[in-house]
Unconditional design. Structure first.
Length: 349
């Protein structure tokens, strides 16, 4: 395309109020750029410490989130009544998703246990979604707690006290947000598809429109999900991020796994497969936690207002469900947030 034509297209696009993609290279073949390289073992971090509630449910709390009006927790797989994903001699587990392998009664009981562990009342309404890896965020209220068919979306927000908002995860990244001035909360489900669609960034925008939230009044927590250590992706994922974010390259690393046997006997592992198609060498990984932290910063939150609750769902399968780690046979955790009903009429802090 001649330069004059490109200029005309750019002008017409701008006049229409549209934004062009950062990459105008659809006809070019993908050329894998060089990324910073790191060894898998360097990315490992300890298993996070869960707290056991009086009913046996084990949860992760958020450091610094001690606001008296706020409910918030990240669940683990421990402390429930499901038997679908554990061995016969193991205690029951806290699967919170209505999965094919589990029965609905067990999941319903687990959800009541979760509500009881967080609020002290098993009957506290808990609202979840039919998640579709989108950037759709819906405002909800207590009247929707008994909705027959959950909204198809990946974000929930409310300023109504007395209900819990929940997003389900088993590798994807959960993000919780609270407005401590206007008493509004939100929960977002961010897999790589939702992240590249800016689910968190657009969700903050929805909070501003619906509740008048200001970024400087928001706090956020990013919960456990698949870490940079384990989140191997293909070139199409890098292409998708590169088309949307100027900082895309900073989110990716080439990760090596050290294998003492291969290091000592490299000739045993030679392959005739084409470069880039061998199991040897590094693989491309994405840091979804950092990707969502960057979106929170872009939305206007202060770095000190963002907490990260560490834990790789694939590395720490004794504590978390992992869709990748179990080849699809996995339950679901929940990230939960809500406004205490008793705080409704108290002055804002």
């Amino acid at each position: 395309m001649p330069p004059s034509s490109r200029t005309e297209i750019a002008i017409q696009t701008a006049e229409a109020g549209l934004a062009r993609t950062r990459r105008d290279r659809a006809s070019r073949p993908f050329r894998s750029p060089r990324f910073d390289r790191i060894v898998f073992e360097e990315l490992a971090f300890p298993v996070p410490a869960a707290r056991r509630a009086s009913n046996g449910v084990e949860l992760l709390s958020i450091p610094g989130w001690n606001l008296p009006w706020l409910w918030s927790r990240f669940s683990t797989r421990k402390g429930g009544q499901s038997r679908a994903y554990c061995s016969d001699d193991a205690p029951g587990e806290l699967n919170l998703g209505f999965t094919v392998a589990d029965n609905r009664e067990s999941v319903t009981r687990n959800r009541r246990l979760l509500a009881e562990a967080i609020t002290g009342n098993a009957s506290t309404p808990l609202i979840s979604l039919r998640q579709i890896h989108s950037n759709r965020v819906v405002q909800t209220a207590a009247a929707e707690a008994n909705r027959a068919h959950p909204h198809k979306a990946d974000g929930l927000m409310t300023n109504e006290p007395g209900i819990l908002l929940a997003v389900q995860t088993a590798d994807c990244i959960p993000v919780l947000v609270a407005d401590h001035k206007r008493r509004a909360v939100a929960a977002f489900h961010a897999g790589w598809r939702g992240t590249v669609k800016r689910i968190v960034e657009s969700g903050i925008g929805r909070m501003r429109l619906a509740f008048g939230s200001h970024p400087e009044d928001l706090i956020a927590a990013i919960g456990p999900g698949i870490g940079l250590c384990c989140c191997a992706v293909g070139e199409e994922v890098f292409s998708a991020f590169e088309s949307q974010f100027s900082y895309a390259r900073e989110l990716f690393r080439e990760v090596y796994e050290t294998d003492p046997v291969r290091a000592k006997y490299p000739m045993l592992f030679l392959t005739q497969r084409a470069p880039g198609h061998s199991n040897l060498g590094p693989s491309l990984h994405i840091d979804l936690v950092e990707a969502n932290r960057r979106q929170l910063l872009t939305a206007g939150l202060k770095p000190a207002s963002i907490q990260i609750v560490r834990g790789c769902t694939q590395c720490h399968r004794e504590l978390f469900f992992s869709h990748r780690g179990s080849h699809g046979h996995a339950g679901r955790m929940m990230a939960v947030i809500g406004i205490r009903k008793a705080m409704k009429n108290r002055p804002h802090s």
